[in-house]
Write a protein that binds this ligand. Sequence first.
Ligand code: ADE
Length: 352
Amino acid sequence: MAKERIISPDYQHADDPNSAVSLRPKNLNDYIGQADLIEKITIALEAASQRGEPMEHVLLHGPPGLGKTTLAHVIAAELGAHAFSTSGPALTKAGDLVGTLTKMQARDILFIDEVHRLPIGVEEYLYSAMEDFKIDFTLDAGLHAKVITYRLQPFTLIGATTRAGLLTAALRTRFGITHSLQYYGLDELKVILHRACQKLQMPQFDDEVMISIARRSRGTPRVTLRLLRRIRDFAQVRAAGRIDPQVVHDALQLERIDELGIDELDRRYLGIIGTTFNGGPVGVEAIAAAMGEDVGTLEDVVEPYLLQIGFLARTRQGRKLTGAAIDHLKLNLTKNSSDALDVQDLFPSSSP
Ligand code: ADE
């Protein structure tokens, strides 16, 4: 179990701050899914420990809720090391890192969430820490200023980001292991649900209930576990603790989550493209302005899942609804309907 030295929220309860029970895996064996990544990490951990070295720096990217923070703490546990957690926006100046870097012991983990939001001054300060395990700091000022080079204990930086594209090449290339986390399959989510039921001392559900929760989870363990807690509350208060497909349906209808996991924010997003912009194409900035939302929230939280389930297409001209989304939402579009999505328009990797 990792010895926690936390400089931001407590990992054990971060999955639900009100819960006494952590549903997060504690070691690599308990970590479900992301098989390629787990294999890479297992090899890197073993190779590093055979050589008596720290593990290489790791960059994890992917949508929120797929287990980036969880994995960082699991790696610390496997190393029997401390995990120090912080995030890009929390570090406003290089000095904010000095205390932590100088406290870390050999093989400890420094986890920086939202690493793409590190101010450039902090990022540049990290380069020598990452590469040579040393930092410079200045003592005194003016005429008497003296630069001291401080040797750090060899550590592993784990950076997490929802936007790998926003990292500078200089930072990205300093990570020895880079991996993009994938959405989880239904079977993987079912195993996560099964384990969570055990930890929460809930009765095991039948397969139909498991699948109906997994289907609504947007391929995301954090969503699965949140839905499970809402269903548990609903069942306890409204159904004498009974959990069957009808109770799951009623509980999630109250949360306004449909059978594909589409929630209120998705519906507003899809609805605005469908009604205000007649199905698209439309730029994400225009959608964000019409919704009163932040572009980053749409790009990080809403769009990845809608792209994944084929409800949204990113074209040269902008975002477009697909026929599947129009059917699902029962939208009535007028002219230039997105039904006529032209495959040659598809331009998945750049945002207009
Ligand atoms: N809980 C949340 N994410 C998990 C994962 N990937 N494996 C096991 N339990 C989890």
